[in-house]
Design a protein around this ligand. Structure first.
Ligand SMILES: [Mg+2]
Length: 258
């Protein structure tokens, strides 16, 4: 394997599919962000690339997302991968096993209602109930960002449950304390086919930092997208660069002749 050369530049390494596990955030990392979460599109070539990685790593590729596993399966269908959903609330080490939801508790209905009320019709603020978390998006009205963040913080302070706020790109999310992408990645790495491999995690947002932070425990590599994050090993500027790099790991012709 080539040596790791420069800090926070695009990775030059092409990981050996026998030794590494590929862990990928979804929105803003392998998929371009869309005006609303429902508008997200999966390029057909990406689906093919992920399928090839799945075959050549013996299943050691996982999506690591704030979306639920159900949502991820719908977006990538017919492809099904190992995955972490709900920012770590759900985890399945094999594509066809039932998700483990041991860390997930429902959010209080009163909290949901108060957060939903912030997104009034035509305001450009979008309420998204992800099951294990609630997101308020203001991509369509970025000037309302400060208002949304302050209102969500005030509502969460009054809540009876212990909550965590995750600020992302034009979005703020509310979830329970006690699980994160980092805790779920650690759990995932204890299961075959991930156990014993070195993980590469690629992510673009605040919630991904918990997963970046556990990479050293597994001699893994952390790669950020768009933002240059302190402590990561490499950096991509755009999701299309990530997709091109993934394709280089498993060239289509090699897979065909394998
Ligand atoms: Mg993301």
């Amino acid at each position: 394997m080539p040596a790791i050369v420069a800090e926070t530049s695009a990775p030059t390494l092409i990981p050996d599919v026998d030794d590494w596990a590929i862990l990928l955030d979804v929105d803003g990392t392998i998929l371009d962000l869309a005006p609303t979460p429902r508008d997200i599109r999966v390029p057909a070539s990406l689906r093919d690339t992920l399928e090839r990685i799945k075959v050549r790593t013996a299943g050691a590729i996982a999506l690591v997302s704030g979306r639920t596993l159900n949502d991820l399966d719908g977006i990538f269908a017919p492809l099904k991968l190992a995955a972490i959903g709900g920012h770590g609330a759900e985890m399945r080490p094999w594509p066809d096993t039932a998700p483990r939801r041991s860390h997930a508790q429902p959010l209080d209905p009163a909290l949901r209602m108060q957060l939903a009320a912030l997104a009034t019709a035509g305001s450009g603020i979008l309420f998204e109930d992800k099951g294990y978390s609630i997101a308020l998006h203001y991509r369509l009205a970025p000037e309302k960002g400060a208002f949304v963040r302050e209102a969500v913080a005030a509502i969460s302070r009054r809540a009876l449950q212990r909550l965590e706020l995750l600020e992302g790109t034009n979005v703020i999310e509310v979830k329970h304390l006690g699980f994160s992408k980092g805790t779920a990645v650690r759990e995932l790495m204890a299961h075959p086919p991930f156990a014993g491999r070195r993980p590469i995690f690629i992510g673009d947002d605040t919630t991904d930092q918990a997963a970046f932070a556990v990479m050293p425990q597994f001699h893994g590599i952390a790669i950020s997208v768009r933002r240059r994050v302190t402590g990561v090993d490499f950096h991509f500027d755009t999701p299309s660069e990530v997709r091109a790099w993934l394709e280089r790991i498993v060239p289509a012709d090699e897979s065909a002749s394998a």
